[in-house]
Design a protein around this ligand. Structure first.
Ligand code: URA
Length: 184
């Protein structure tokens, strides 16, 4: 476990623990407020994120930014990271060994940010953080608690681009996360 951001960032930038390091342009560590009360965890960088080194800057990210605006939060207020820090080829799901290699990074980020609420974006984030047994359709919109943190699984924003009918659920889950945060 990394005790400081400096240690974590240095290690991440030079990481060669799995094969995803071979084709990356940038390691995408995380962005936003390192003392945020709400943290978002996605799956892994896509082409735009790999090019810029920042999570959720592509199409899915733009949609997420719009939703943030709609519920009255700013991207800079929250902390955003992914399960894996390097882009999986052709945007495939991260493989087990890749997620395992990155595990210490996301666990350290959670510890360092120490948020009250974590929104899990999609199935990969859900399964890696809460357990393989969970499915996103059944789990989304429900609160889970682990190690003193409240977790809200919801659909991945890329899923909303494929299926517009999911937008309302994402929106509701986001609102629930923001509102509980305000009451805390
Ligand atoms: N999808 C993700 O899961 N993460 C990103 O950073 C971008 C797209």
């Amino acid at each position: 476990m990394y005790q400081t951001w400096e240690e974590l960032e240095e290690e991440c930038k030079n990481c060669t623990k799995c094969k995803l390091c071979n084709n990356r342009h940038n390691v995408v560590i995380g962005t936003g407020n390192k003392n945020a009360r709400i943290m978002f965890i996605g799956e892994g960088p896509g082409a735009d994120e790999d090019a810029y080194g920042i999570p959720f800057v592509g199409k899915a990210g733009k949609l997420m930014d719009k939703a943030f605006q709609g519920v009255g939060i700013k991207r800079e207020e929250v902390y955003i990271a992914n399960i894996v820090k390097c882009r999986p080829p052709n945007n495939r799901n991260p493989e087990k060994d890749e997620a395992a290699s990155c595990r210490e990074y996301i666990e350290s980020q959670i510890r360092l940010v120490n948020p009250e609420i974590i929104v899990l974006l999609g199935s990969v984030a859900l399964k890696n953080i809460l357990g393989e047994e969970y499915g996103i359709t059944a789990s989304r919109g429900k609160w889970f608690e682990k190690d003193g943190i409240k977790y809200m699984p919801t659909f991945h924003p890329a899923a909303l681009l494929r299926d517009e009918s999911k937008k309302i659920y994402f929106w509701n889950d986001l609102k629930a996360s923001v509102n509980i945060n305000k009451q805390a």
